[in-house]
Design a binder for this molecule. Structure first.
Ligand code: PEP
Length: 261
């Protein structure tokens, strides 16, 4: 049995304003109540849009809810003249535990390179935010049989220049682009194969300690009815969930299924 705590993170993307966010988190908390989940069983994280974070913080902290939250992106810059950007220090002060970096939608829509992603990780770890680094191949790379090389290359470039100590707590999300929001899920065997390759490469680059401690998630059309099979692999430590995290009850059902409740 792995020492790593199962992590179930719901990336809402650009869905839910701050009022909808409050209702969603309340319903999630209520729907999870009967399962009596605790830190020993798993960690449940919501990742709303920036404009919801203050409301989510107030609710979670005020009602002492057993949930964590994070942001979908972070600026690589320090606070200053960068219109529209959100600094890591701001997210940290809002009580965020996690920040997603390098999501494929940001890589595609905002031309984020691995170098930019590395700079965002640098900003995050400098302010005690745990990065959830997203990597994963497109359909063309998978069909060509280059999916492992491509994904490991993305990871290595995004982690270039870091020491193992700086990456303590790191989370990697393997998200094949062809499986995101499409209803196409990689098989549990595909997810397991990539997670094992990621862990091995982490060991080669950063040592066995970091490789053993890093949580590796799978993301791409994960739902309550497929999550248990996916997280059954010893190298898959949870899921990054988009669509199925938008409804509190649905995400709660997924979390319960993942821990076998
Ligand atoms: C995601 O956005 O990271 C994701 C995995 O989305 P979905 O679950 O909707 O495929």
């Amino acid at each position: 049995m792995s020492e790593r705590t199962l992590l179930l993170a719901g990336n809402w993307k650009m869905n839910h304003d701050h009022l909808e966010a409050i209702a969603t988190v309340q319903k999630l908390a209520w729907s999870l109540e009967d399962a009596k989940l605790d830190d020993a069983s798993c960690e449940v994280v919501v990742i709303p849009p920036f404009t919801d974070l203050r409301s989510v913080q107030t609710l979670i902290q005020g009602d002492k809810l057993w949930l964590r939250y994070g942001a979908q992106d972070v600026s690589r810059h320090q606070p200053g003249a960068h219109t529209g950007e959100i600094a890591a220090s701001f997210l940290s002060r809002l009580g965020c535990s996690y920040v997603v970096v390098g999501h494929s939608e940001r890589r595609a829509d905002n031309h984020e390179t691995n170098e930019i992603v590395a700079a965002k990780i640098r900003a995050a770890v400098g302010h005690d935010l745990t990065p959830i680094l997203c990597v994963g191949e497109s359909l063309a790379e998978r069909q060509d049989g280059h999916h492992i090389d491509f994904t490991l290359g993305q990871m290595e470039e995004s982690l270039a220049g870091f020491t193992a100590a700086e990456l303590d707590g790191l989370v990697i999300a393997y998200e094949p682009v062809w499986a995101i929001g499409t209803g196409e899920t990689a098989t549990a065997a595909d997810a397991a194969e990539m997670a094992a390759a990621i862990r091995q490469r982490l060991a080669e680059r950063f040592g066995d300690g970091l490789a053993a401690a890093t949580r590796i998630l799978y993301g791409g059309s994960v739902k309550a009815d497929n999550v248990a099979e996916i997280v059954a692999s010893p190298d898959v430590d949870g899921a990054l969930v988009g669509g199925a995290s938008l409804s509190g009850p649905d995400f709660a059902a997924l979390c319960k299924a993942a821990v076998g409740k």
